[in-house]
Write a protein that binds this ligand. Structure first.
Ligand code: PLP
Length: 495
């Protein structure tokens, strides 16, 4: 009972991040744990507390009355523990959380209200209803080393306790530690780093570096490509609906080529004089995880040489082993045996902590002059601590080896399912960045909701492709679980 009391009245010395619980949340947790038996208890508690405002924080006196009541009813040890844990994870009810977001959040994106995650463990997340889901999205591929990570937590705790922030231009030891270790994962020659806080920002900075190096401003990007939401990143993103409202649909400096089509690129190189090409080697968000063909990327590298252009490889989503084809393919470019001029990395880089970077060759990076850029938070000690620990863990856990094995298991599982369920169309992807066609967006939605019912949380998908980005540490057993739940969810469609 002490854990329930502490979860209602928070202890600031232990949990300064919390507030006291509301009655509405207590009632929700009782419902989660006691199911139909909860209604009578909630009604009695409401009387006992003289109908409190359900969204006000409970006070000590009310908490004592609640504990006294719960002590009298027969609860198992397990129920007591679960009530305490769920209240500790969130003292705010699902309904209130949704309401306050609707009231106070600028509605820039479609709100995902179906699952409100409060806890992560390995590849799993638990929501405010107390239900666990296998996470097949990993926050768009940002949380690959566990949905919580005790070692990163400890490192961040230690760093926050010693030096929480330091501006970009000051030399700092957390960054030196990272720089001493990271080289073993980088494609050869890419050893100049500039850190940012989001993928979009890093794409912007990569464009600036490419412009500074080439002395030109025209850029070739690709249809189906996605590079983020900052001004520069949106300008090179294909979907017109992201660009148009902001006057970024006709910039005059961005030209879109057809993906996997060398003629289209060469025509633009000739007609625009562009010396900068930006691409995702596996197109994600907008194209349903569509890999470049080896012929295309090899030809692209040849064209770039011929026309004296630089290639920016956006690995924000595909990097850190996600698209590995063989052990040691830390980046998609390595899986194609190519080295870009500039690479953008992010998402997985900090194991879930926000940190991104532009990485390039010395001859390119050195064209940036003092004053060309700067950042308050870019490469701050917390971020550098997270990346040091995360990238070390990736190597120790043999993430690329695991991706190769799991991708094989998934591909073969989906091939088997396709023999029975004709609704499964073309498979597309590389490593653990994959998806398949389900014929229509409506079918995708049905399968996604079926998966959710069956304990699997999926990625946002566009069009008729259902898309998955599981954690790169996903186990064999978890992959089997996914395939089983996928079959259950697809069966409904096929009948
Ligand atoms: C390929 C690619 N580049 C850039 C970004 C932007 O990253 P962020 O959301 O961290 O700004 C994304 C995000 O999904 C991405 O997939």
């Amino acid at each position: 009972m002490e854990t329930i009391k502490r979860a209602i009245i928070y202890d600031r010395s232990l949990n300064p991040e919390r507030t006291n619980a509301t009655f509405e949340r207590l009632a929700e947790v009782l419902e989660n744990v006691l199911n139909e038996q909860s209604a009578a208890h909630i009604s009695k508690l409401l009387d006992l507390l003289e109908q409190p405002n359900p969204r006000n924080q409970l006070n000590e006196k009310q908490a004592d009355k609640i504990i006294e009541y719960l002590d009298k009813i027969v609860l198992s040890r397990q129920q007591i523990q679960e009530i305490g844990e769920q209240l500790q994870l969130s003292e705010i009810s699902t309904a209130e959380a949704i309401d306050i977001h609707q009231q106070f959040k600028i509605p820039v994106s479609h709100p995902e209200e179906d699952i409100i995650p409060v806890q992560g463990k390995g590849c799993w997340i638990k929501d405010t209803k107390g239900k666990w889901y296998l996470d097949m999205d990993s926050n768009y591929s940002a949380t690959n080393l566990g949905m919580s990570n005790p070692e990163i937590a400890l490192g961040l705790y230690n760093q926050a306790n010693t030096l929480i922030s330091m501006k970009e231009d000051r030399i700092q030891i957390a960054r030196s530690r990272f720089l001493k270790e990271i080289h073993q994962m980088m494609p050869p020659g890419l050893d100049q780093f500039y850190w940012q806080n989001s993928g979009g920002e890093a794409v912007d900075k990569a464009l600036k570096i490419a412009k500074a190096y080439t002395g030109t401003t025209q850029v070739i990007a690709f249809k189906g490509g996605f590079h983020g939401r900052t001004h520069g990143a949106v300008a090179v993103t294909w979907n017109k609906k992201y660009r148009e409202p902001f006057g970024l649909d006709e910039t005059g400096w961005v030209h879109f080529a057809d993906f996997n089509d060398l003629n289209s690129v060469e025509t633009l190189l000739k007609t625009t004089g562009a010396k900068i090409i930006i691409l995702e080697m596996v197109q994600g968000e907008e194209a349903g995880n569509r890999p470049a063909t080896p012929e295309f990327v090899n030809g692209l590298w040849t064209l770039a040489k011929q026309y004296d252009a630089v290639i920016i490889d956006d690995e924000v989503q595909a990097g850190f082993g996600r698209t590995a084809v063989k052990q040691g393919d830390w980046f998609a470019c390595m899986s194609y045996d190519l080295v870009p001029d500039i690479m953008v990395i992010g998402k997985s880089f900090g194991g879930g902590y926000p940190v991104t970077a532009v990485v390039t060759k010395k001859k390119i990076g050195s064209k940036m002059k003092y004053g060309y850029d700067g950042s308050t938070f870019g490469g701050n000690p917390m971020a550098m601590t997270a990346t040091l620990i995360a990238t070390r863990q990736m190597r120790e856990k043999d993430v690329t080896g695991n991706v190769v094995a799991r991708a094989k298991q998934i591909k073969s599982g989906i091939r088997t399912l396709r023999e029975t369920y004709s609704i499964i169309g073309t498979y597309s992807g590389r490593g653990l960045m994959f998806g398949f066609d389900l014929g229509s967006a409506e079918n995708v939605q049905k399968v996604q909701s079926g998966l959710r019912e069956n304990g699997v949380k999926v990625s946002l998908s566009s069009g008729s492709m259902i898309r998955f980005l599981p954690l790169t540490i996903m186990s064999k057993g978890e992959t089997d679980f996914f395939l089983k739940q996928l079959e259950k969810s697809i069966k409904i469609l096929d009948s």
